[in-house]
Design a protein around this ligand. Structure first.
Ligand code: SAH
Length: 340
């Protein structure tokens, strides 16, 4: 039996053909599942009984259970229990442009970035596409409203779970189903370059963000072990390919860490590295974790910002969200594990 929330519309079409049903029924089924949000096949009134019986034999409506919720002013954090008892988190941010949900892609993460709490929770397994889909559906049910934007920036490295992530993107984007526009979805990666190439070749409009955090290999090696496998040069090369292939702008995420990557020289190095690329830099205030790192002062963030601006680099400073609900990557889950 397969979880219906993990089936793309093309897979559903193949399935319908295999049971000698007309393939256009896939749209009706998607409509029942995602628009009418029914939870059992017998309510699908425009599908014939024999087909419903087959569907009922081969598919089930999976679920993830909301086990804890923390609500702040403009952010809510959700902890879910998966069918096998493992837990994951998602964070909803109420932005002026809509409801943006940050979802997890793995249980734990093997990338081990120095500043990130999720890295402390070694990867247990990849999430299935269905488990990413269900994070959206559960949050929509909880807020009685639509999720308009999705970012794959929760726990996990999306490109270390490439196939299920791509499947998820298809399901979330399909206009007969959840229907979140590709340009409203962002995948964030620490820089697994072969997968950036694959992603470029997908030719999707889904946004790509890169966790860069340093403009030289020495610093980046210390912050992000992945840099030892795929260094900055190979990363930039892959991104240039991505940009030439898709014509899309890339976002560089850059956490500001006091005395580590926040000097004027660092800003100049960064500007030099990405000059001429169709890209912009998002400066991220560091959310303090158990790591021995400190955040750059607001003043120094602005100085860094000014240097980039002068170098004609597109740059923004990310608004700080949800400190009061421990919304930094991985924090709710590690807190939950501690409390247990
Ligand atoms: N593995 C993916 C997605 C998860 S991390 C990636 O590396 O991009 C999502 C974003 O949160 C990344 O930019 C990451 O660097 C950032 N992040 C992690 N820990 C953080 C912290 N303590 N403070 C601020 N941002 C953090």
């Amino acid at each position: 039996m397969k979880n219906i929330y993990g089936i793309t519309i093309d897979e559903l079409e193949d399935y319908l053909t295999s049971i000698s049903e007309q393939k256009f029924k896939k749209d009706q089924i998607f409509n029942w599942v995602y628009k009418k949000k029914i939870k059992d096949f017998s309510s699908m009134r425009n599908i014939k009984k024999e087909t419903l019986a087959k569907l009922d034999e081969d598919f089930y409506f999976g679920n993830i259970k909301l086990v804890s919720k923390k609500e702040g002013k403009d952010v809510s954090k959700y902890l879910f229990k998966l069918e096998d008892g493992l837990t994951i988190e998602a964070v909803l941010m109420y932005q002026n442009y809509g409801n943006s949900l940050c979802i997890s892609t793995q249980v734990g993460c093997n990338m081990n970035c120095l500043f990130c709490e999720s890295g402390k929770l070694k990867k247990v397994r990849n999430l299935k596409a269905s488990e990413m889909v269900m994070q959206i559906l559960e949050v929509e049910k909880e807020i009685q409203n639509r999720v308009s934007h999705v970012v794959l920036m929760g726990i996990g490295e999306p490109f270390d779970n490439y196939e299920e992530v791509v499947k998820f993107l298809e399901i979330a984007n399909n206009n007969k189903g959840i229907d979140i526009g590709a340009r409203h979805i962002t995948v964030s990666t620490c820089g697994i370059t072969p997968k950036i190439i694959d992603f470029a070749n997908l030719n999707t409009q889904v946004n790509l963000a890169i966790s860069l955090h340093a403009a030289d290999n020495e610093t980046r090696d210390k912050l992000m072990p992945i840099n030892k496998a795929y260094d900055i040069n190979s990363l930039i090369e892959a991104l240039k390919y991505y940009i030439s292939k898709t014509n899309r702008r890339v976002t560089f995420e850059y956490i500001m860490l006091k005395d580590i990557n926040d000097s004027k020289e660092d800003a100049i190095k960064l500007a030099k590295l990405i000059k001429g690329m169709n890209a912009y830099v998002n400066l991220i205030p560091y959310n303090e974790t158990s790591a021995k790192l400190s955040k750059t002062s607001k003043e120094d963030v602005l100085k860094f910002y000014d240097v980039l601006k002068k170098q004609k680099i597109n740059v923004t400073v990310r608004r700080e969200f949800g400190e009061e609900v421990l919304a930094a990557c991985g924090q709710l889950k590690s807190k939950y594990e501690e409390d247990k």
